[in-house]
Design a protein around this ligand. Structure first.
Ligand code: SAM
Ligand code: SF4
Length: 360
């Protein structure tokens, strides 16, 4: 049984709303470690057409896997209403994710609805399988930035990692279409797993150097409970930077804003930048300003959580915006998560929510 199947069998993994905890004035809540809420990640579907071996391994996400039925999903109206309340409570950035967000029907409509919320920057992470077709309409709907996942330029390696035989060329087409539609610079996420695609680090850096796009190398993480994570498979970001720097000299750059997850590096010859996301070897919990909304409306205050707060019950139970805002304030003010700082081999083996469900 997979994590999700267990969750269905046991009921949704819901955590009771905190009764204690203050409800600060909107936008003022700090958590127990002094962190402010800034980013909201929304998973719009738990389905995906890829079976990336580090995210939805086929042996767990096979033909019998039970995805959420439609009625369980938050509607676009429900998502937008929550997003408005979050915006009033300090959220400035919304990332749509999943599963594969571009598989959610009429996603452009949701983007249009979210884009109407003042002061919110909307972005999206995608495997780009249908991006070439959709880039223009996404941009027209109000999307301004995009992140594309691509784990290798070597077709054989990439096909083995997505495990559905999807070719590199189509992802590159999607990246070009996004740039042509005005979504440049495109951020390109590459999850690095030792012995599998670490030989692809340099070719990836060479290919996108000078293109204006920004490759971000991500340490393979112990999200969920199905990807067989082992510390030995992690290529530390410091090693990634060393390997690139040996051929293409780099220097560090300042973060764009406090809490930015990617550490930025620039090519010394001025031909662009790369990033590294080191959630395993250099935990950034102390700066974490993110909260995640699952496809069925559970709010998770950490990527490595095993339970979430039921926002859908509030929405469907007739709670006012004020009551929802009050709940958000309380949830945030009791937040104490710092999983990556306390990770051990034992914690890595704990049952955690799958990334495709909680939203990457
Ligand atoms: C879960 S995916 C969802 C969005 C979309 N399907 C995609 O792949 O871009 C979001 C991001 O999480 C990354 N990711 C998934 N599993 C991971 C893991 N075990 N460690 C590190 N990153 C992971 C993916 O590579 C992707 O860039
Ligand atoms: S990383 Fe993205 S594309 Fe790959 S299986 Fe997970 S959700 Fe799908």
């Amino acid at each position: 049984m997979t994590d999700r199947t267990i969750a269905i069998a046991e009921g949704r993994p819901v955590k009771p709303l905190p009764k204690e905890g203050y409800s600060a004035a909107p936008g003022k809540a700090t958590d127990t470690l002094g962190r402010r809420i800034h980013d909201l990640r929304i998973s719009v579907t738990d389905r995906c057409n890829f079976r990336c071996i580090y995210c939805m391994p086929k042996e767990f996400f096979g033909p019998d896997y039970e995805f959420l039925p439609r009625r369980e999903l938050l509607s676009f109206e429900e998502i937008t209403r929550l997003a408005r309340v979050f915006a009033a409570h300090g959220v400035r950035k919304i990332r749509l994710t999943g599963g594969e967000p571009l598989l959610r029907k009429d996603l452009e409509q949701l983007i249009e609805m979210l884009a109407a919320i003042p002061g919110i920057d909307i972005t999206l992470t995608t495997n780009a399988s249908v991006l070439a077709k959709k880039a223009r309409t996404l941009r027209d709907a109000g999307l301004r930035r995009i992140t594309v996942s691509l784990d290798s330029l070597d077709d054989q390696v990439f096909r083995a990692m997505n495990d559905v035989d999807f070719p590199v060329a189509k992802v590159l087409e999607g990246i070009d279409a996004a740039a042509a539609a005005g979504l440049a610079p495109v951020k390109i996420n590459m999850v690095v797993k030792r012995g599998l695609n670490d030989d692809s680090i340099l070719p990836m850096a060479r290919h996108f150097k000078g293109s204006g796009h920004i490759v971000r190398f991500i340490e393979f993480m112990d999200v969920g409970a199905t990807n067989g994570w082992r510390m030995d498979d992690v290529v530390p970001s410091a090693e990634v930077i060393r390997r690139i720097d040996a051929e293409l000299p780099l220097e560090p750059l300042d973060p764009n804003y406090r809490g930015e997850v990617a550490e930025r590096w620039r090519y010394r010859d001025g031909s662009g930048e790369v990033g590294v996301i080191s959630s395993v070897t250099q935990a950034f919990c102390s700066e974490c300003t993110r909260v995640r909304l699952s496809t069925d409306g559970l709010l998770y205050t950490c990527l490595f959580a095993d339970k979430g707060y039921d926002m859908r019950a509030l929405l469907r139970g007739g709670a006012s915006d004020e009551a929802i805002g009050d709940a958000i304030g309380r949830i945030w003010s009791v937040r104490a998560d710092r999983y990556s700082e306390i990770r051990t081999a034992e914690t890595a083996a704990l049952r955690k929510i799958e990334m495709s469900y909680i939203g990457g």
